[in-house]
Design a protein. Structure first.
Length: 335
């Protein structure tokens, strides 16, 4: 795709995202017509409807866009780094580490220390798990391969997930709180959380974009990348850290939401090809749009009851994952 076509595509996706965000303002148990919504956004003075729009729905929309973009951007990095189309942001243990950190914070009643403790604990757990995966996946001489990182991630995710399940069984009085967080959701979003997590997501996505050319080179294989003068181990570590920071911030803010980081990068590559400098912004826009629409569905399908958004994304992403798995098996069989 040429430069002008890429710009038109990005502008079209941004416009679709804006329209979807405006539409999301009207989704919820309290019916607010379009005209009234626009009036409340521009009017001054307190009112119940204005509070619903500005303090409940608008931060939820902003968080959906941020988390969707974060998961999609991290998925782009992980798939390119691991040379694996089935890799997504949780493949190296970020989600299970976040779940363990949040579980421990809940069991220790750490929320009494302040509202930021739970997401901070989840964030620290994510980074700790990712660091452990990278250390375990490193081969002799400090070098690591995509395969060893994937295997280490699967092992750490399984072990940490088992620890979370054990803690839930041993402390069943906190089971409902833990379960709600593990399911993932955007319902309890506040502007304070966005102010805390938004800059982290922005920094992580920006770092991935700045590393897009090394990521392209790593996609050619280690030997080719080294022949181009690229310090493979250093850039692989930098990409892992940037993608993991982005994933950890998203999980800390919204809980565990799967498959967004799998679907959006694939759709972006179908639209713009394989250059990560172009795939990343398109993937982030698609990820934000996907999660926003999924959250609208989660709020609407069983109204007035709300479905966890992770259930909706799994219903969309699960079949897509199976399709990729089947296609990969057929390709392997032909080769």
């Amino acid at each position: 795709m040429k430069g002008r076509g890429f710009a038109v595509l990005v502008a079209a996706l941004a416009a679709a995202l804006l329209l979807a965000a405006i539409g999301s303002l009207m989704v919820g148990s309290a019916a607010i017509p379009v005209g009234r919504t626009l009036e409340l956004l521009t009017a001054a003075g307190p009112s119940l409807e204005r509070t619903i729009l500005l303090e409940l729905r608008l931060p939820r929309i902003v968080l959906a866009l941020l988390v969707g973009a974060a998961l999609a951007g991290a998925g782009t990095a992980y798939q390119g780094l691991f040379l694996n189309p089935l890799a997504d942001p949780f493949v190296i243990g970020a989600s299970s580490g976040a779940a363990l950190g949040a579980t421990m914070a809940i069991l220790l009643r750490a929320s009494a220390w302040g509202p930021a403790v739970l997401p901070l604990a989840a964030f620290c757990g994510s980074l700790a798990a990712v660091g452990l995966v990278y250390l375990l996946g490193s081969a002799a001489g400090g070098r690591s391969s995509p395969l060893t990182l994937l295997l280490a991630g699967a092992a750490v995710s399984t072990i940490v997930g088992s620890l979370v399940s054990l803690l839930m069984i041993l402390h069943d009085q906190s089971l409902s709180v833990l379960f709600n967080w593990l399911l993932g959701g955007l319902a309890t979003t506040t502007w304070r959380e966005i102010a805390w997590g938004g800059p982290m997501i922005a920094a992580g996505v920006l770092a991935i974009w700045l590393l897009s050319r090394p990521l392209d080179a790593l996609g050619l294989g280690d030997e080719t990348a080294q022949s181009l003068g690229l310090p493979v181990a250093r850039f692989r570590l930098a990409i892992v850290l940037a993608a993991s920071l982005t994933t950890a911030a998203a999980v800390a803010l919204a809980g565990i939401i799967g498959f967004v980081g799998l679907v959006a990068p694939h759709a972006a590559r179908l639209l713009v090809g394989g250059r990560n400098a172009r795939v990343l912004p398109v993937s982030c826009l698609l990820g934000g749009l996907l999660l926003l629409l999924a959250d609208d569905a989660a709020r609407s399908l069983a109204r007035p009851q709300e479905i966890p958004v992770s259930i909706v994304t799994s219903l969309v992403g699960g079949p897509f994952f199976l399709f990729l798995l089947r296609r990969g098996a057929r390709s392997g069989g032909r080769s």
